[in-house]
Design a protein around this ligand. Sequence first.
Ligand SMILES: Nc1ncnc2c1ncn2[C@@H]1O[C@H](COP(=O)(O)OP(=O)(O)OC[C@H]2O[C@@H]([n+]3cccc(C(=O)O)c3)[C@H](O)[C@@H]2O)[C@@H](O)[C@H]1O
Ligand SMILES: Nc1ncnc2c1ncn2[C@@H]1O[C@H](COP(=O)(O)OP(=O)(O)OP(=O)(O)O)[C@@H](O)[C@H]1O
Ligand SMILES: NC(=O)CC[C@H](N)C(=O)O
Length: 681
Amino acid sequence: MKSDFFSLYSHDFVRVACCVPRTRVADAPYNLAETLKLAAAGDKARTAVMVFPELGLSSYAIEDLLLQDALLDEVEDSVAKVVEASKTLFPVLIVGAPLRLAGRLYNTAIVIHRGKILGVVPKTYLPNYREFYEKRHFVSGANVIRQEVEIAGHTVPFGTEFLFEAKGIDLTFHVEICEDIWVPVPPSSHAALAGAELLVNLSASNITIGKAEARQLLCGSQSMRAIAAYAYSAAGPGESTTDLAWDGQAAIYEVGDLLAESSRFEKDSTIVQADVDVGRIRQERLRNNGFADCALQERERVACFKRIAFSFDAPTESVALDRLVERFPYVPSDPAKLRDNCYEAYNIQVQGLAQRFKSSGVQNAVIGVSGGLDSTHALIVTCRAMDMLGLDRKNVKAFTLPGFGTSDKTYANAWRLMKALGVTADEIDIKPAAKQMLADIGHSFAKGEKLYDVTFENVQAGLRTDYLFRLANQHRGLVVGTGDLSELGLGWCTYGVGDHMSHYNPNGSVSKTLIQHLIRFVAASGDVDQETAVILHDILNTEISPELIPADAGGVIQSTEQFVGPYALQDFNLYYLTRLGYRPSKIAFLAWNAWHDVERGAWPANLPEGTKRAFALEEIRRWLELFLRRFFSNQFKRSALPNGPKISSGGSLSPRGDWRAPSDGSPDVWLAELKESVPER
Ligand SMILES: Nc1ncnc2c1ncn2[C@@H]1O[C@H](COP(=O)(O)OP(=O)(O)OC[C@H]2O[C@@H]([n+]3cccc(C(=O)O)c3)[C@H](O)[C@@H]2O)[C@@H](O)[C@H]1O
Ligand SMILES: Nc1ncnc2c1ncn2[C@@H]1O[C@H](COP(=O)(O)OP(=O)(O)OP(=O)(O)O)[C@@H](O)[C@H]1O
Ligand SMILES: NC(=O)CC[C@H](N)C(=O)O
């Protein structure tokens, strides 16, 4: 095993903290003590980077006291003490202080690690409007006249264009100060283009009504636009309230997602911490060519950045991930978000299919209805598309096509559903044709043997498709596909002359884990009547099965999940492999965090109780291995997909869309990484 599998630092995560110490107005020793108290807590938590507020060592709102030698001497002394204390501390400490440098007063951030000052960064944009008058006291960082300065006995780099590069945990960060994020082009924008992954902001921002939201907007959008993490820490309790008030907002964002936020208006010192996925930032930047093109446009500014490299040893002990990983990447646990996603997905599907009917001039649909989840949902979407186009639902020619494995329950549900939806319903028994084909090709089943092999299965899936396409010719219709994203990921479909093919597939970008929620959403939406809703709920309670093999003597049916693995895990694997390109060990690490404890984290609404279960690492590893094998060997099926709309981020396997790959690739590199880096239990 290369590194500790269970530690976040082995998987491109970095723990970041934003601190809001309680301060006292111009009381440097007190502020130092609070700073060191928080630094000790961060050390214990094995935090890599700790961000403190702007001018935290002196406090911010002290007006002309900023120009007092007694205070400035004491602040310098405090900086020296932080540097001394840092010798035995794990984190990089970034503290704010007013410093007299090169004969001027700067509003600075001092980056300290293991007894050294790595650099001093002055604030560039000094607000001098409304309640702010920083130009009365400070000089802008744009006005740096020396690249190196003396501070607390150290000669250190001084400037605004630094990238701090932690070797050992592999993290590059940039530092800016408060107002720097409030301008149209923040210094951190160029820093990100130059390679900074974490952007930190030391702030002192007085609170007024609505301002917390403004800061969220600024930090969140900067993290999104710069494809970075943004760590923001603003001054809080103890700042002078002579004319202003201070709420101590601190927040950490990652590519637009809020990871952690302080509860504001606390009376004591607080820390918010988050484990930032730096690997995600790197992956997103690899994909987004606009990011690199923008760096080219801005090359003059980007080229100004200097790298300050320092060694940073990852902790030797295991540091557990302190971040909730959603169990279902395609199904948010937040009910409101899930509802929104279902609304979007359903409407994208309907809109996609309706447009295809319109543009092709075809007014009829042909669909095979099995009574399972996928064809049920595809049928509903088709009906809705007809409604939208003002066409009669009778234009939907729905066929149930029972074969050797069709159960009474799904057969009955297929009929109930077709009737309830008011489509043209019909039935063709495929068994005689299947028997004929099996006899023609000399299959043992035709001789009375119970040989239920792939040929036996695919003869049925193939004949169904054959019937549907010929019916489409006959009825001048389009064959509506039903296969979902998860099946395409696993290659769990019959190629070509099989359920793999259709004229248009509205389900191709919907994962199996989402489709059940979509059906629930439709059942509750008012788009269907009460009778249909009852049928839909019955279909939701059916085990997922291709029903290509007859039930055994004990009535046990062919279970898809026993064969290809739980869709819960396989959708997880699919998302992280295709959307973010993570190595198998990281996928397993995330899956273990999401799934090993049934009590941890929220579950999506409406999951049947019995389905809430945990997975041990051993199972996660086993199913991931199978996933990788199937995913690679079945690319040829994805290289030849019918059309259908992309629905979610990370939700397209179309060769014309979000996943383009060779059909003859080998999974060996991935399997070797899995074997080498994921413990067996
Ligand atoms: N790289 C490559 N490039 C081009 N062709 C390649 C290939 N690798 C294999 N092949 C060919 O493809 C064949 C395998 O593909 P294919 O004929 O599809 O057959 P196959 O993938 O072996 O079987 C389909 C599986 O999907 C399951 N299924 C079918 C239908 C519906 C559902 C459901 O639950 O929804 C599930 C079914 O139970 C069966 O296990 C190989 O025999 C080989 O001839
Ligand atoms: N008995 C059947 N009658 C009509 N069509 C069928 C039948 N069995 C399968 N099909 C067609 O083949 C497709 C794939 O079959 P499969 O049984 O795997 O999917 P499903 O039943 O729709 O959903 P699930 O995969 O959740 O069971 C179906 O979506 C359907 O279009
Ligand atoms: N300290 C600062 O730079 C504060 C200015 C900033 N616009 C704010 O209100 O938060």
